[in-house]
Ligand binder design. Structure first.
Ligand code: PHE
Length: 330
């Protein structure tokens, strides 16, 4: 038995020297140390020998077992450490990093946010309506006569006889006045659609912000004051503006506001940015508000034009192109 033990130790050392990775180490462990491995089998044989022999053999056997266990653990931690450094070396820390591009708000969204926050500071709340609108809300309730040119197929995308893509945000005034009792003071931002030939100046889709104030003693002077305050905040104190008398079926009297546009190196000109006026009494009657008791003012501005004026953009189409080279400038 003593011979067998020393032979096992020699075999053990020989096998151990051949091991180069964790997988062959595991095979080695199964061969020598697992329950049915060579060394535990020696312990089984040990039970069978005589008492006198047991003393010497027992000692040798325990030595072998401790030796084998220690050698195995030692090699195991060495191989594990090697494997770890191998993994670390395969990570090349000198490679350049990947640049992550961040998205940002579109210029129109930024402009809308700015307009909303200015009007909020002036006491207006924000209200929205749908883009698919009834002919009634878009035209009739706003006092458009049946034969008004804006009701022509040429200018309006009709869905059917009664429904269309709204051509302005003014129908949201109708919705708001039907839903809430005065005093009402709100702005109504959103997309509008017009069946126009696409050019540098016009697109089939654009954004407007509508404004409405209805109460017992609203005046045209307040309307002017509010709009001038807005323009000064939006374009800066030195903005050049003018009011022009105009006409809209749903306001009386009506006006338009222009701001001076001076593109670099080109001739300056007046640019129309909004329409406004006192809410026509017929409109108030249509929504069930008594015009003897209440008055209101309303305004509507084109966002693309306003943004173009502010940022010096001379072609509206670029706002709908999704061209990263343009968008990343803002
Ligand atoms: N809805 C008008 C337009 O699209 C603008 C406007 C709104 C005019 C409110 C007066 C009052 O041109």
């Amino acid at each position: 038995m003593i011979d067998k033990i020393s032979q096992t130790r020699t075999d053990f050392d020989n096998d151990l020297n051949k091991i180069s990775n964790l997988q062959s180490l595991e095979e080695f462990r199964i061969k020598y140390l697992s329950r049915k491995g060579i060394i535990p089998q020696l312990f089984d044989a040990f039970k069978e020998i005589s008492k006198e022999e047991k003393r010497i053999v027992g000692q040798a056997l325990n030595e072998l077992k401790n030796y084998a266990q220690a050698k195995y653990e030692e090699l195991k931690s060495k191989l594990e450490a090697e494997e770890k450094t191998k993994k670390e070396l395969s990570l090349d820390v000198t490679l350049p990093g990947r640049i992550k591009t961040l998205g940002s708000k579109h210029l129109i969204t930024q402009t809308l946010d700015e307009i909303k926050s200015i009007f909020k500071s002036l006491g207006f709340s924000v209200y929205e309506g749908p883009e698919l609108e009834s002919d009634y809300n878009n035209f009739e309730a706003l006092n458009f006569p049946a034969d008004h040119p804006a009701r022509d197929m040429q200018d309006t995308f009709f869905i059917n006889q009664n429904f269309l893509l709204r051509t302005h945000t003014s129908p949201v005034q109708i919705r708001l006045m039907k839903e809430k009792k005065p005093p009402i003071r709100a702005i109504m931002p959103g997309k509008v659609y017009r069946n126009e030939v696409i050019s540098a100046k016009s697109y089939c889709l654009f954004h407007q912000v509508e404004g409405l104030y209805v109460d017992k003693d609203v005046t045209f002077a307040e309307l002017k004051g509010t709009l001038v305050a807005f323009l000064k905040q939006f374009f800066g104190k030195d903005v050049r503006y003018r009011f022009r008398a105009s006409f809209f079926p749903f306001t009386e009297p009506s006006a338009e506001m222009d701001v001076w546009w001076q593109p670099k190196g080109k001739e300056g000109r007046w640019l129309e940015v909004l329409g406004c006026g006192m809410v026509d009494p017929n409109v108030l009657i249509n929504v069930g508000i008594d015009p003897e008791e209440y008055v209101g003012y309303a305004f509507g501005m084109g966002i693309e034009r306003t943004a173009m004026r502010k940022y010096g953009i001379d072609d509206i189409r670029i706002l709908f192109d999704s061209d990263i080279r343009f968008l990343t400038q803002f």
